[in-house]
Design a protein around this ligand. Structure first.
Ligand code: PLP
Length: 388
């Protein structure tokens, strides 16, 4: 309410020094809480910026990486640039490629399967890169995931970073959802390897008790972003900017205008404190674990991938000799459960299997809600199986 009411339009430092400086401060605080490498802090060559969404975050770093490589190989090489990610990367990467003028055919969504819990294999990446180089193409960008949208898969950052380093590829880490968990020491290992990344993103508006929109992006080399996104019209010129003494966040993002979003994050950090935020994450993960335990105890169901954070991927098993491989059954179960209006679960498809998903993420969710959801699922499953 404060952020909206004050109505700051803080595109350059001079329009609101407080909005700019608070943004650098809270992002430095959080970078330290996440044990991000020193290079991501604002006192060096890098720094943090609040974008509206993870989609904007991946777009701006893709543009920065694109222009950085084109400065070396020449602008005419644009049609040869290749982007990599697992086939579970968020669709925002493909959209960023489309906007960035990159050939969508050269956005390689590399196949994953249950053998890696749907994480990208470094060997598969290496092979794809070698093939592309052999064909005269230019690998330039990898979007690695820590917590995919489908199943919260975690790509092996240290091994992937070795491959990107060898091949001079920009490594972006999309931890839009799961990054929040990494403020807990016991979950920090999921972003081990981020030291080698060029950029890192997490959405405070997903699981960090901050109202939409507030997507946090850190980069190691802010000049790469600025070279791609800076414009300097006469009407924005001022002493502070000209003297290179301040940050003008307009040059780190797509729009010119920007809200006082750091105030929301500052408020959350001050209100809950890191321990409060850790307790919030731990509580949700414990609730998801208790749901997972309920699923495991019912032999009619199966947990499909090991639960890592607060998302449980599961499915109802089809009876023996059923013609349906379970996809229709689970689709029907989802519809039945959601039509009660008491609970809303979502689905995904993993290796051709239609999967149900229960995510704990709302601040007011308690164990009684999780138990009630499970009861509805069991009742509807029984009804479905009886009528087969
Ligand atoms: N990346 C991941 C892993 C996501 O789960 C999502 C959204 O669900 C996004 C990116 C896109 O987020 P946004 O809506 O902030 O663009």
């Amino acid at each position: 309410m404060l952020s909206a009411g004050i109505n700051i339009v803080g595109f350059s430092w001079i329009t609101s020094p407080a909005a700019t400086e608070l943004e650098s401060i809270v992002l430095d605080w959080l970078a330290k809480a996440l044990f991000l490498p020193q290079d991501f802090l604002s006192n060096g060559k890098g720094g943090g910026v609040i974008q509206g969404t993870a989609s904007e975050a991946v777009l701006v770093v893709l543009l920065a990486a694109r222009d950085k490589i084109l400065r070396t190989v020449g602008r005419s090489a644009l049609p040869k640039l290749v982007t990599y990610a697992s086939d579970h990367v968020h669709s925002s990467l493909l959209k960023a490629c489309q906007i960035g003028g990159l050939d969508p055919e050269l956005c390689r969504l590399l196949k994953t399967d249950s053998s890696t819990n749907f994480a990208l294999s470094p060997d598969v990446l290496s092979e794809a890169i070698s093939n592309d180089i052999a064909s005269g193409l230019i690998p330039f960008f990898l979007c690695a995931n820590v917590g995919t949208t489908s199943s919260t898969a975690v790509d092996p950052l240290p091994a992937l970073a070795k491959v990107t380093k060898t091949n001079n590829i920009w490594l972006h880490v999309d931890a839009a959802y799961a990054g929040s968990a990494c403020i807990c020491p016991e979950y920090r290992h999921f972003i081990d390897g981020v030291e080698e990344a060029d950029s890192f993103n997490m959405n405070a508006h997903k699981w960090f008790l901050t109202n939409f929109d507030c997507s946090l992006l850190w980069v190691k080399d802010r000049s790469a972003l600025i070279q791609s996104l800076s414009t300097n019209p006469e009407f924005l010129k001022n002493k502070a900017s000209e003297g290179n003494m301040v940050i003008d966040y307009k040059d780190w993002q797509i729009p010119l205008g920007r809200r006082f979003r750091s105030l929301k994050l500052w408020m959350v950090l001050r209100l809950y404190g890191l321990e409060g935020l850790r307790a919030h994450i731990r509580n949700h993960i414990a609730l998801a674990a208790s749901f997972e335990e309920l699923v495991v105890q019912d032999a009619r169901f199966k947990v499909v991938t090991p639960r890592t954070f607060s998302l449980v991927c599961f499915r109802l098993l089809p009876p023996p000799n059923s013609e349906d491989n379970g996809n229709k059954l689970n689709h029907d179960l989802l519809d039945l459960v959601n039509s009660t209006g008491s609970v809303f679960i979502t689905h995904t498809v993993l290796s051709g299997e239609y999967i149900l998903r229960l995510a704990v993420g709302a601040p007011l969710t308690e164990v009684r809600h999780v138990n009630a959801a499970w009861q509805i699922l069991q009742e509807k499953a029984t009804a479905l199986l009886e009528n087969l």
